[in-house]
Each structure stands twice: as C-alpha cells, then as structure tokens.
Design a protein around this ligand. Structure first.
Ligand SMILES: NC(=O)c1ccc[n+]([C@@H]2O[C@H](COP(=O)([O-])OP(=O)(O)OC[C@H]3O[C@@H](n4cnc5c(N)ncnc54)[C@H](O)[C@@H]3O)[C@@H](O)[C@H]2O)c1
Length: 342
C-alpha cells in the first residue's frame, strides 16, 4: 500500500514531515502547497516533487491524495484541515489543533462525518519518559494524579527569528504550553473545567511583536485536579536550552519529575555552551529517530490498519479548549469556565 501525501505549509515542520515520509516505504510525497514561492520551490527540489501549488485548494482539487500534512502557522489550521477532510484525505495536523475551540469542535465533527483519520502532532506522547509516567499512573504507582507543574521556555530567537512572520498571531502558551497541556490532560485523563491566567507584555512589544513575553496559567480539571503551566519566550539567546523544559506530576501516593532542560548532552565549545537535542527528531545512520518520526509513523500505521490514531481530534479539542480559556482569562482577568461540547 502506498499512501499518497500532500503537504500544506513547507516551513520548518512541513519539511520535517516530508523528510520522514520520504524515507518511509509506504509513503510518497505527491504535491506541496505554500504561498511563499521560494520555500515551496526549495522543498519541491528537496523532495523531488514537481506538483507545486500556491493555493492548497487547487492541490486538493487536482491531485489524487490519500493524506495531507498541515503545517501552517498556529492560527491557520482549521480551513486546510476541514478542506482536506472533505477532499477525502486523512490529516496529520501540527499542534495546536486550532487556536479556537469552536473551530476545533467543528474539525472533530467533520472527522466523524467523513470517517477519515486525524492525528494531532503532539509528538511528546511518543517520548519514552512521558509515556513511562502514563504507565505508572495506569498501574496506580502514583495513586491518584492530583497536581502538575509544567514549564516550557524558549530563547527570544524563536519569536524574533524562527517564526517572526507570525509570532504576533500566536503566544508562548499556544506555541509551547500546548504540548504540556496535552500531556497533563492525558496523565490526568480528565476534562478541564476552569482556567485562570496572567501574562506579561513588555520585551517583545518593544521589538514590534505584539504578543506575550510569558504566561502563567492555573487550570482546574474534573475532580479538583490542578495544573500550572508556564511558557516564556524571552530567555536571552545565550540560553543553551531549546526549550528549557520541566514537568512534575504529584499523585496521592507518589510524584514524578522530568527535567528535560539539557536532554542528554552538555557541549562546551569555543563559541558557546550548548545542549543539542536528539530525543525528538534526529537522523541516526539512514533513519529519522525520536518522538516526532514515531508520531508520524503511528499516523501511517493508523491509516494502513484502520485503527484510531493515538492522539485524535478529541485530544486536540481538549487542549485547545484549555488554551482558549487561558487566553480569555488574560483579557477578562478572571477565571474562565471550560465546557467541552463534543
Ligand atoms: N509539533 C512540534 O513539535 C512543533 C514544533 C514547531 C512548530 N510546530 C507547529 O507547526 C506549525 C508550523 O510551524 P513552523 O515552525 O513550520 O512555521 P514556519 O513559519 O516555518 O512554516 C509555516 C509555513 O506555512 C506557510 N503558510 C502560511 N499560510 C499558508 C497557506 N494558506 N497555505 C499553505 N501554506 C501556508 C508559510 O508560508 C510557511 O512556509 C505551527 O502550528 C507550529 O506551532 C510544531
């Protein structure tokens, strides 16, 4: 079986998915879509694809595709996802599913209606330490999971260089905390009910990027479980961590902590002190290894074997609902209720 893929958005993550698909025996990249001509052509050359489209709708209309990967900016996932599902394609979509709960719930309904597979790229679920904690929860080794704390902080190069064209259309919470929110919601296995958040705007605003420098949020879940999420985008670029990441889960009978600041390597070079990352996506000999390629391959497995993806549209809705309430709270300065309508 060969799964014919189209990729919408040929930036960092669109190319990352392409590199995994390119080496997969059962996948083929047939077409690419991106309005940014230079990026589109560069990716076309890399993946040896000549069907290049500035408008993804033309791609969906003209190409016979089985699946689409959507890797557009955070606030522009809904239209390409829904259009791809209606065009008969399975969809692998970047996190967050959307930046709007209503849109996320619409996607959930379209997935149900079309019967297509949708997987959100919450690839941290494939990172073995996070998975181990889920197993400890399921075995009862921590008792009842009750509290969590998560930090994901980036150097300022992320909003000012890496995603500078759309940083002001997202926030550090949408971009970073969404992974932690997905993990904690999975560990708790509970629906969120309320969020309260505060944020700071100063450094990035002064650089002409209208978004938060950082956000701290307190989220309550069913059964009174609580989680705190911290996301910051203004570490100096001398930070060796990309990102600085830490997670703690406290249960009634035990606690776990994962410090993923440096992952495995402390490298001191003449230029800089760096902690290169290898756990998420790294090429080992001829194969991409890590949580990200595993997540992509799991999506292919779900298509080939007609199984439910491990991280589905419902998971995407839950994390988007938490994040929407966090952002409502930043404006209202009050706790905001969360109600999932699916
Ligand atoms: N899962 C992860 O670990 C992870 C890591 C980084 C980024 N992301 C997510 O991936 C998504 C993309 O991020 P990125 O870092 O690749 O950004 P990027 O800026 O490198 O790429 C985005 C691309 O989308 C294109 N685009 C914009 N509008 C489009 C449209 N209408 N049709 C087609 N293409 C369009 C842009 O031209 C650009 O090439 C974001 O949602 C981001 O949060 C996920």
């Amino acid at each position: 079986m060969t799964i014919r893929f189209g990729i919408i958005g040929t930036g960092i993550m669109g190319n990352a998915v392409g590199r995994v698909l390119q080496l997969h025996p059962n996948a083929e990249i047939n077409a690419l879509a991106d309005p940014a001509e230079e990026r589109l052509e560069k990716s076309g050359k890399e993946f040896n694809v000549s069907a290049l489209y500035s408008d993804y709708k033309d791609m969906l209309e003209r190409e016979q595709l089985d699946a689409v990967a959507v890797a557009t900016p955070d606030n522009y996932h809904k239209d390409p996802v829904v259009d791809s599902l209606y065009a008969g394609c399975h969809v692998f979509v970047e996190k967050p599913l959307t930046t709007n709960q209503e849109e996320a719930e619409e996607i959930y309904r379209v997935v149900r209606k079309t019967g297509k597979k949708l997987q959100v790229d919450f690839n941290h679920r494939w990172l073995s330490p996070y998975h181990k904690i889920k197993e400890m929860v399921l075995k009862g080794e921590l008792g009842e999971p009750m509290m969590a704390f998560a930090r994901k902080n980036n150097p300022i190069s992320v909003p000012t260089e890496m995603i500078k064209t759309w940083a002001s259309r997202t926030t550090p919470s949408w971009f970073l905390s969404c992974h932690d929110i997905d993990l904690v919601t999975w560990w708790f296995d509970a629906d969120p009910v309320e969020a309260y958040a505060k944020g700071v705007k100063k450094v990035l605003i002064e650089k002409g990027i209208d978004t938060y420098d950082g956000i701290h949020a307190l989220v309550t879940y069913e059964g009174g479980k609580i989680a705190t999420y911290e996301a910051t985008w203004i570490y100096p670029n001398t930070s060796p961590y990309m990102p600085d990441s830490y997670m703690e889960l406290v249960g009634s009978k035990g606690t776990t902590q994962i410090d993923r600041q440096a992952e495995a390597i402390d490298a001191i070079t003449e230029k800089k002190f760096v902690c290169p990352r290898t756990f998420l996506n790294y090429k080992v000999f001829d194969e991409w290894q890590g949580a990200y390629p595993s997540c992509v391959r799991a999506f292919l497995y779900a298509i080939e074997n007609d199984t439910e993806p491990h991280v589905n549209a419902r998971d995407g809705v839950r994390s988007t609902a938490v994040l929407e309430a966090i952002h409502k709270s930043l404006h209202s300065k009050k706790p905001e209720k969360i109600k999932i309508n699916i």
